[in-house]
Ligand binder design. Structure first.
Ligand code: SAM
Length: 245
């Protein structure tokens, strides 16, 4: 049946493989997702920031150094939370070992809620949207990235650990649970269409300001070959939505 997101990252093999992946430079996270994400969260000076599924909280140092007033990460995996606590040592940042689903979100507390590549592990995205809406101050912004729906729709034809050459998009409008092999483990992810992300945000009361697919930009790639490869299919979907005043 596969692990739920936080349990997946607590598996020894998965944790070690993930940590070694993140040591590589030029991962798609670095070359595609990160540059767009950083654009969407500006300005951050003076902001009270909540990060859902913060992982090792690497981004926190950068946010605090660039003027964020507060950083709080929520992280469901014990191993990841422990890493985040190390990252945040000697900073004002904090991490709580708690799931995105179960945390008691305080009312009107954060100006910016961020989440990078964690929300496709959540079954009930509508509940996340309403919790985030409540915890944001008026005019506050919710910015997140997820695996692109063309990727979460179907993983047939891909052997984990190999360089993927073809992508199959199938069962696109059959949303919900997908069990997939990744990083040496089996994990539960949730497929949603782009339209569903959009509608659930609107139904929670958000005004959507940006929708991005992390189109490759040549300056972020060391070699032409990888750049050409990344132009074949979108890997990430990013949305920025505002709580009205
Ligand atoms: C791909 S990692 C991304 C980590 C970090 N946001 C980053 O971009 O470096 C996904 C993270 O989300 C966490 N996660 C997944 N489902 C979660 C849940 N339901 N509650 C809290 N954390 C969760 C995982 O434990 C993992 O650390």
């Amino acid at each position: 049946m596969g692990y739920r997101g936080p349990d997946f990252y607590d598996d020894d093999t998965v944790f070690a493989t993930y940590a070694s992946h993140r040591q590589h430079t030029n991962t798609p996270n670095d070359t595609l997702e990160r540059p767009v994400f950083l654009q969407l969260i500006q300005p951050i000076v003076g902001k009270q920031i909540l990060d859902l599924g913060c992982g090792d909280a690497t981004i926190a140092r950068e946010l605090l150094q660039n003027g964020a007033a507060r950083y709080l990460g929520l992280e469901g995996s014990q191993k990841m939370s422990a890493l985040a606590a190390q990252t945040l040592a000697n900073t004002s940042g904090q991490v709580i070992n708690q799931t995105i689903e179960d945390w008691a979100y305080p009312q009107a507390t954060f100006d910016l809620v961020i989440s990078r590549l964690a929300l496709h592990y959540i079954a009930d995205f509508a509940a996340v949207c309403s919790n985030v809406f409540r915890t944001l101050t008026p005019q506050g912004v919710f910015v997140f990235s997820v695996e692109h729906p063309v990727i979460t729709s179907c993983d047939r034809g891909w052997k984990s650990g190999t360089l993927r050459q073809d992508w199959l998009v199938d069962d696109y409008f059959t949303t919900g649970l997908r069990v997939t092999n990744w990083l040496g483990g089996t994990v539960q992810k949730y497929h949603r269409t782009i339209e569903e992300y959009f509608l659930l945000l609107q139904q929670a009361g958000f005004v959507i300001e940006q929708l991005r697919e992390a189109q490759p930009q040549r300056e972020h790639f060391q070699d032409q070959q990888t750049y050409e490869r990344r132009k074949r299919i979108p890997l990430f979907l990013l949305l920025a939505a505002r709580k009205p005043a």
